[in-house]
Ligand binder design. Structure first.
Ligand code: AMP
Ligand code: MG
Length: 485
C-alpha cells in the first residue's frame, strides 16, 4: 500500500504565486464516496486510498510525503466588477499525480479551512455544495464535457455555520490545473510582466505543448485558449447547461469547466433562463454564455498584451484579431452540436436556420430540453409517435416541423447512431440533485449514490434508472440555485 506519488510544480514557482498553508484538522472524518474509476485513471493505490490513511489525507488531517500544500493567488472580475485579490480561500492544492493519458492532474481539497486568501470566510464547505459538485462535475465528465472531476467526498464531523449549522464536508477536486483567467489578471494588475511570462510559460508547458514550438508562442497560446473556450461553451449549450457564475476567476485556462456553485441544467427550454439567485441581471443566462465567455477572453487577452509586443498598439491589434475569431469558432461548434442532436445532414446554409427554428419552436412550446431530443431519437428509431412528448404533439406547427425535420435528417442507421451519441437520456436534473442533497443532510446517501451511478453512463437507456429521466412534476421544480459557500 502506498500513498500517492505527489509532485508539485506550481509550488516551485516564485513565492508570490501562492501561499504555503496546511489544511485544517477535522474531528471525525467519514467517507461519503470514493471515485474508484477516477482513482484508477490516476494510477492511485485504491487499497491505500480507501484505508484510514487515505481518509486522513482526503479530509486534510495528514499530508503524505511529497505533498506541498499551497493556496493559489488569483484575482478576477465578478459580475463585471474588478476584485484585485481573490485566491484559494477554501481550497488547498496538495500536488499533482500523473493521469494514464500521461499528463499531470492537480489534487485539491475543497473545504479544508482558512488560507491567507479567505478574506471574511471560514474556508469550510457545507455538505450540500460538496454533494452537488460531486454529482454535477462527474455527470459532465460522463457527458464528454471537459471538466474538473471529483475524486472523493468526506464528512468532517464538525458543523459549518451559514444561516444555520450544517454538516461540514471536503471534496477532493481533480483538474488538469486550477489556473484561471483571474490568475493572469492577478499579475497583469500588478504590472508584474516577469510573473506573467512565468505563468504563461508554465501554462504552455502543461496544457499547450504544441504551442511551445511556435515562434509567436504567446499569440498561439491566446488563440488556443480562445478555441478551447469556444468549444466548451458550445458544448454546455448543446446540453442545456447553465454555468451560472462565469466570472473570470471561474474560467480555466485549460478549458475545463470549473465551479459548480449555482450551475444547473434546464428542464423547460427558454433561452433567457437563469437559476443563480445572485444573477439578478441575467448576465450569465443560457443564451448570454458566449457573450460572457468572449468578454472573459478579452480580459485574458489584455493580460497577454505585454507579452505579445513591446508596441502596445500592435499588441492590441494582434489580440483583437484573435478575439474576433471567437464568434465564428463558437457558432461552428454550437450549430454542429445541434446538427448532431437533430441528426441533420447538409450544408450549414440549410441546417443552421433549421436549428434556429427548432430552438424557437422548443421555447414557444416550453418543451423539456433533454426530453425533446431523446424523444426525437426514439422516434428516429421506430417512427412511433407515442414517444413524442405531449407538449410537442399538442403545439401548432408540430406536424409541419416534423415533416421538415424528416427531410433534413435522412433515415439511415447513421442518423440514429449520431443522435444517440449526442442526446443523453439522463442529465443531473435539479430536483434530483436537490433530492440527493436533502437525503444526504439526513445521513442517508443511497439517493446520492444511485444518482451518481446512473449519471456515469448517461447515453444508455437503462430500465432501472428510467424514473430519473422525467422532468420535474410541478411541485418538484427547482427555480433557483445558491452558491452555498
Ligand atoms: P466562488 O464564488 O466559489 O467563485 O469564490 C469566490 C472567492 O471566494 C474565491 O476567492 C473563494 O476562494 C472565496 N470563497 C468562497 N467560499 C469561501 C469560504 N467558505 N471561505 C473562504 N473563502 C471562500
Ligand atoms: Mg470560484
Amino acid at each position: 500500500m502506498t500513498s500517492p506519488p505527489f509532485q508539485n510544480h506550481y509550488a516551485k514557482l516564485p513565492d508570490r504565486f501562492y501561499a504555503r498553508v496546511d489544511p485544517a484538522k477535522v474531528p471525525t472524518p467519514e467517507w461519503i464516496r470514493v471515485n474508484e474509476a477516477l482513482a484508477g485513471e490516476l494510477g492511485l493505490d485504491l487499497e491505500w486510498l480507501k484505508s484510514g490513511e487515505g481518509l486522513a489525507m482526503l479530509s486534510g488531517n495528514t499530508m503524505p510525503e511529497g505533498a506541498e500544500p499551497i493556496a493559489q493567488a488569483y484575482a478576477g472580475h465578478q459580475f463585471g466588477g474588478w476584485v484585485p485579490q481573490l485566491g484559494d480561500g477554501r481550497a488547498i492544492l496538495l500536488g499533482e499525480v500523473k493521469h494514464e493519458d500521461g499528463s499531470p492532474r492537480d489534487l485539491q481539497l475543497k473545504g479544508s479551512g482558512r488560507t491567507p486568501f479567505s478574506r471574511g470566510g471560514d474556508g469550510k464547505a457545507p455538505l450540500g455544495p460538496v454533494l452537488r459538485e460531486y454529482i454535477v462535475s462527474e455527470a459532465m465528465a460522463a457527458l464528454g464535457v471537459p471538466t474538473t472531476r471529483a475524486l472523493a467526498a468526506v464528512t468532517t464531523g464538525e458543523s459549518v455555520y451559514r444561516e444555520e449549522a450544517l454538516p461540514g464536508a471536503v471534496l477532493t477536486r481533480v483538474a488538469a490545473s486550477h489556473i484561471r483567467v483571474g490568475t493572469f489578471q492577478f499579475f497583469y494588475a500588478r504590472e508584474d510582466v516577469e510573473g506573467l511570462k512565468t505563468l504563461a510559460d508554465f501554462v504552455i508547458d502543461r496544457h499547450y505543448p504544441e504551442v511551445g514550438e511556435s515562434e509567436a508562442r504567446y499569440e498561439a497560446l491566446l488563440k488556443a485558449v480562445i478555441r478551447r473556450q469556444a468549444s466548451l461553451i458550445a458544448r454546455w449549450m448543446n446540453l442545456g447547461f447553465i454555468h451560472g457564475v462565469m466570472n473570470t476567476d471561474n474560467m480555466t485556462i485549460s478549458g475545463e469547466t470549473i465551479d459548480f456553485g449555482p450551475c444547473a441544467f434546464m428542464d423547460e427550454f427558454h433561452p433567457e433562463t437563469v437559476f443563480s439567485s445572485i444573477d439578478r441581471q441575467g448576465r450569465y443566462a443560457w443564451i448570454n454564455q458566449p457573450v460572457a465567455g468572449n468578454w472573459n477572453l478579452a480580459r485574458f487577452a489584455e493580460t497577454l498584451l505585454p507579452l505579445l509586443s513591446d508596441d502596445r498598439e500592435k499588441a492590441v491589434g494582434i489580440a483583437e484579431g484573435f478575439l474576433h475569431e471567437f464568434e465564428e469558432l463558437f457558432n461552428d461548434a454550437y450549430f454542429d452540436g445541434f446538427a448532431e442532436k437533430l441528426g441533420l445532414r447538409g450544408e450549414a446554409g440549410t441546417t443552421r436556420p433549421f436549428v434556429e427554428k427548432t430552438l424557437g419552436f422548443m421555447a414557444e412550446s416550453s418543451l423539456d430540453f433533454t426530453q425533446f431530443f431523446t424523444a426525437l431519437t426514439r422516434y428516429a428509431r421506430d417512427e412511433n409517435v407515442s414517444h413524442l412528448p405531449e407538449p410537442f404533439s399538442a403545439s401548432p406547427g408540430s406536424e409541419e416541423w416534423l415533416s421538415e425535420w424528416k427531410g433534413l435528417a435522412g433515415d439511415e442507421e447513421e442518423t440514429l447512431s449520431r443522435m444517440k451519441a449526442a442526446n443523453p437520456v439522463l442529465i443531473p436534473r435539479n430536483h434530483r440533485v436537490e433530492e440527493a442533497i436533502q437525503a444526504g443532510m439526513k445521513g442517508e446517501y443511497s439517493v446520492f449514490h444511485r444518482l451518481v451511478e446512473a449519471l456515469s453512463d448517461p447515453f444508455t437507456e437503462r430500465g432501472e434508472f428510467e424514473d430519473l429521466e422525467a422532468p420535474p412534476a410541478p411541485g418538484e421544480k427547482v427555480t433557483a440555485t445558491f452558491c452555498g459557500t
